[in-house]
Each structure stands twice: as structure tokens, then as C-alpha cells.
Write a protein of this length. Structure first.
Length: 332
């Protein structure tokens, strides 16, 4: 238990630094690598990203590496996010149980902003095209692409039948055409089953690392501290006893970012026969994110489990909606 106490102390010391540090107490527009803040998976967004205590299997690698301990065999997830202005995000994660050695996982996440046309001030003006003067808004005829990615390796361990902790080591890269940067980052996480019905708690520190430099300037990465809980309101171990194969789970997360004011997220997930899932959630104090909905299907095929997830996120009238699709595969 001494190790457990040390891990808890480290996480909350880091969380305190996020809250009070004058260097990190930056606000909107002052952190780089914002693609790290975009949630990749449909299940978590379907419940408003209130997922820190519910994270399990390969999906836990983005939110809370301690959730890897809820992997019975192999877990694979593949996700796609249709982001704004034809941009897209792709993610893939894999987790495995190592028996008495603990749990391990890896994930890769990429943001593809598409192709852009280069413009320059010295190309502004009228040009002759077949004897007709046509205005050129600065186009040079050169195109370029913007892509960013992160690769992470995780390890988690259950220290007791109630307490688990995990660590992720990540390498992130962001390209801004004329400038690019790399960052070496860490995620820390823990989960705790209280023993009261199905109530479980979780906490994580995401993207902990040094500022990254673009040219002569340096900027912090989007550091996040999350703490939250989840409980089955209805279910076999819920606050209200119900059939074993169906449940209604409520979750709540409190989030402290280094580039925004404090936020919170809440969500509900109803599982019917543990095969059909209906979700809803809400994110408070975000610039454009608000409510979200989601659906999921799970189909066992012997020792295999195949699943599909979809989520819809309302992102204000100006940006419309964001859709996420996910595929999952588990092997017991």
C-alpha cells in the first residue's frame, strides 16, 4: 500500500501544479499541439467525455491508462473523427493482459488537416491569362499538407482488487509547414473501486511534459487533470437492483486544463442485454462543445467480441456537428 499511496500523492501534486502554477495558468490560444485535446473514440464522446472512471480496455489509453486493468485478454479499437473543415482524426489502440505481469498497450493517433494552397504577398495582383487580366489572391501554385501524430506505450497494474494505476509514455509531433516540433509526454492514471455497489473513481494527468518550441518561441502542451466517478444507477450491482444483463450508468468528470477555466462533463449510458448501448452527455464551459449522443452495438462470437460505436456532437451553429465512428474487437 506504500506504493499506492506514493502514486496517489504524485498525481495530486501534479494536479495542484496545473491549478496554481503562474507559468501553466495560461488561457485560450496559448498552448500548442491542440490535436491532443480532440477525443478520438465514439463511446467516450457519446457520454460527454465523462469517461475517466469508466475507461476500459484499449479505449483507456487515451483517457486513463489504469483502465487497461479492465482488459481480460486482447483489446483493439480503431476510430475516425470527421473534424471541422474537412479535417479528419484517426486513432488505433491495442491492449493486452500479461497475466501476473500486469497489462500493456500501445496507441497511435493522427490528425490530418488536408492539403493547403500556398499564398504569398508578393504574388498578389493582376496577372495576364490569355489576354485577360485576372486577379491572383496570392496563390503560388504550391500545395502543402499539415499532419500531426502521437505514439504512446502504456503499462498498468492492479495493486489490489480495488486500486489500479497506469503510465503512458508518448512521443508527439506537430507540423506547421515552415516549422515543426516534437514533444516527449507522459500520462498518469489511477482507478479505485470503492466497494459501495458499483461506485468507482478515477483520476488522470494527461500530456505532462515540457513546453515545445516553434522557432524562437516555446508553448506549453494542453495539459489536463481529470477526476471523476461512475456508478450504475440501475443494474445487478446498481443503486436500484435490476436484471444482470442490463444497466444504466451515470458518470461525472471534473476537468482542469492549463489553457482554460475549470470544466465538467456528465453522461449516461444504458446497456440493453449488454449488446445495445444508448448514450447521452453534456460538456460544460467549453467554447463550442455542448451536448452529445451515441449508439453502440456489441456482438459476441465465441471468444471474440465485435463492436461498433457512433457519436454525434453538437459544436455550435458556426461549426455544425462532429461525427465519430469506432470499431472494437476483443479476445478473451
Amino acid at each position: 500500500m506504500r506504493i499506492v499511496s506514493s502514486i496517489i500523492l504524485i498525481i495530486f501534486l501534479i494536479a495542484s501544479a496545473v491549478r496554481v502554477s503562474p507559468v501553466w495558468a495560461q488561457k485560450v490560444g496559448t498552448s500548442s499541439m491542440q490535436f491532443l485535446s480532440v477525443a478520438p473514440d465514439a463511446r467516450s464522446v457519446g457520454i460527454g467525455t465523462a469517461y475517466i472512471a469508466m475507461a476500459e480496455g484499449a479505449r483507456a489509453l487515451y483517457w486513463n491508462p489504469a483502465g487497461l486493468t479492465r482488459t481480460t485478454g486482447h483489446s483493439l479499437v480503431i476510430d475516425r473523427v470527421d473534424w471541422f473543415l474537412d479535417a479528419a482524426h484517426y486513432g488505433a489502440a491495442y491492449g493486452i493482459s500479461l497475466g501476473s505481469w500486469g497489462y500493456a498497450g500501445a496507441h497511435f493517433y493522427m490528425a490530418d488537416m488536408g492539403d493547403f494552397q500556398e499564398t504569398r504577398v508578393d504574388h498578389l495582383g493582376f496577372v495576364d491569362q490569355g489576354g485577360t487580366q485576372v486577379y491572383n489572391p496570392g496563390l503560388t501554385g504550391t500545395t502543402f499538407s499539415l499532419r500531426s501524430w502521437v505514439l504512446g506505450l502504456s503499462y498498468a497494474r492492479a495493486f489490489t482488487d480495488r486500486f489500479s494505476a497506469g503510465l503512458t509514455v508518448k512521443m508527439a509531433h506537430e507540423s506547421l509547414w515552415l516549422s515543426e516540433a516534437d514533444a516527449f509526454l507522459f500520462d498518469f492514471g489511477m482507478t479505485y473501486a470503492t466497494g459501495f455497489r458499483s461506485l468507482r473513481l478515477g483520476a488522470s494527468v494527461m500530456n505532462f511534459g515540457a513546453p515545445v518550441s516553434f522557432g524562437e518561441d516555446s508553448y506549453p502542451v494542453p495539459l489536463r487533470f481529470r477526476i471523476g466517478g461512475a456508478v450504475d444507477v440501475i443494474g445487478s450491482t446498481g443503486l436500484i437492483s435490476f436484471r444482470e444483463d442490463s444497466r444504466l450508468t451515470a458518470s461525472f468528470d471534473l476537468i482542469q486544463p492549463n489553457d482554460y477555466d475549470q470544466q465538467w462533463a456528465a453522461g449516461l449510458e444504458y446497456a440493453f442485454l449488454q449488446r445495445i448501448f444508448v448514450r447521452g452527455g453534456y460538456q460544460h464551459n467549453y467554447d463550442i462543445a455542448s451536448y452529445s449522443f451515441g449508439l453502440g452495438i456489441r456482438q459476441p462470437l465465441g471468444s471474440l467480441g465485435v463492436g461498433f460505436d457512433y457519436s454525434y456532437s453538437s459544436m455550435s451553429d458556426a461549426f455544425g456537428a462532429v461525427h465519430r465512428l469506432g470499431f472494437s474487437l476483443s479476445i478473451d
